[in-house]
Design a protein around this ligand. Structure first.
Ligand SMILES: Cc1cc2nc3c(=O)[nH]c(=O)nc-3n(C[C@H](O)[C@H](O)[C@H](O)COP(=O)(O)OP(=O)(O)OC[C@H]3O[C@@H](n4cnc5c(N)ncnc54)[C@H](O)[C@@H]3O)c2cc1C
Length: 288
């Protein structure tokens, strides 16, 4: 099916993109186009105008600033998966990006597009939640920072206003004794996560000194499994302690999604299994 008619504008800067969004109510930003264009072809989305931000240079790239990493919203999944800086300082992002779709999707799709689209089955929202990322947006009234925990509101719904552009994502570089892991059960047709689990674990002296765990795909937006992460803190990251912590994941899955591929019960079960795997890998990588 072809999309409905729309006007096309190309922004040369983020500021210009904001101005174009204001000038054309109902317009949509176009980054990699791998979520927006399928929606338009199915006529689920019929924006009167599309504002192409794919060539805005200031949106792309990864920089290390002290102990944090700034990831431009226009950075492609392929760049995330292959970036030496990401692999060294926050490898869970590279691990998750490498699992997205196929090479063509990774070549065009961007982290900003993935986070703004907020598909419950997407991978990077879950990872950003586990990392406690900060999302920076620019709108007509200036810049604001939004914690990942406050950004994902519901199914395909975020804290972004219609005239705001997500410009960058900031994550902390791993400290010593930190390990992270992302694992998913992917849908056989699309590669999207039926359920995904992202874990960050800190280990010192054989004891888990901190942990964070996020689950995606199981509910309408990714959730932090805070009880599971808290259960591991102060414990040795043994198989038994990780299994006991992972059993608490269901407390965070209050209203599981259900479809023809995976029932609510199956998703809740997957969340526990994947949490256990992610926590185990993360603890091992942390040196536990
Ligand atoms: C076959 C296939 C398989 C896929 N498999 C996976 C998978 O396994 N895991 C996964 O996570 N994803 C998967 N995806 C989705 C893919 O990651 C998309 O690239 C991503 O969801 C959207 O990124 P994009 O840059 O293509 O955004 P676009 O499609 O260009 O935009 C998506 C939405 O975000 C908005 N937007 C884009 N950039 C910004 C910005 N900077 N600020 C504000 N709003 C913005 C757009 O207006 C639009 O509403 C798959 C897609 C396809 C087609």
């Amino acid at each position: 099916m072809y999309s409905a008619q729309f006007d096309y504008y190309r922004a040369n800067s983020v500021q210009e993109a904001v101005q174009l969004l204001q000038a054309h109510p109902g317009a949509k930003l176009l980054a990699g186009g791998h979520s927006l264009l399928p929606q338009m072809k199915l006529r689920v989305a019929q924006p009167p105008a599309v504002i192409d931000i794919s060539r805005v240079g200031e949106l792309a790239g990864v920089t290390l600033n002290g102990d944090s990493l700034r990831i431009g919203a226009g950075t492609t999944h392929n760049t995330l998966a292959s970036s030496a800086v990401i692999k060294e300082h926050c490898p869970i992002v590279a691990e998750a990006a490498a699992l997205i779709g196929d090479q063509q999707v990774r070549n065009r799709g961007t982290i900003g597009g993935s986070l703004a689209h907020a598909d419950p089955a997407a991978d990077l929202p879950t990872v950003m939640l586990a990392l406690g990322a900060t999302l920076t947006v620019l709108g007509p009234h200036g810049t604001r920072d939004i914690a990942a925990a406050d950004f994902f509101k519901d199914l395909f719904t975020t804290a972004l206003e219609v005239d705001e552009v997500l410009t960058a994502i900031t994550v902390r570089a791993y400290g010593s004794g930190t390990g992270g892991a992302y694992t998913k059960h992917d849908h056989p047709a699309s590669g999207y996560a039926v359920v995904g689990a992202a874990a960050i674990v800190m280990v010192s002296g054989g004891v888990c000194t901190g942990a964070s765990l996020a689950i995606g795909g199981a509910t309408s937006n990714p959730v932090s499994a805070t009880a599971a992460a808290a259960a591991l803190k102060g414990q040795a990251p043994s198989a038994a302690n990780i299994a006991a912590a992972a059993d608490k994941v269901v407390e965070a899955i209050t209203d599981p999604l259900s479809d023809y591929y995976a029932s609510a019960e199956y998703r809740a079960h997957l969340a526990t299994v994947l949490a256990k795997r992610a926590l185990t890998s993360a603890a091992k990588r942390a040196g536990g």
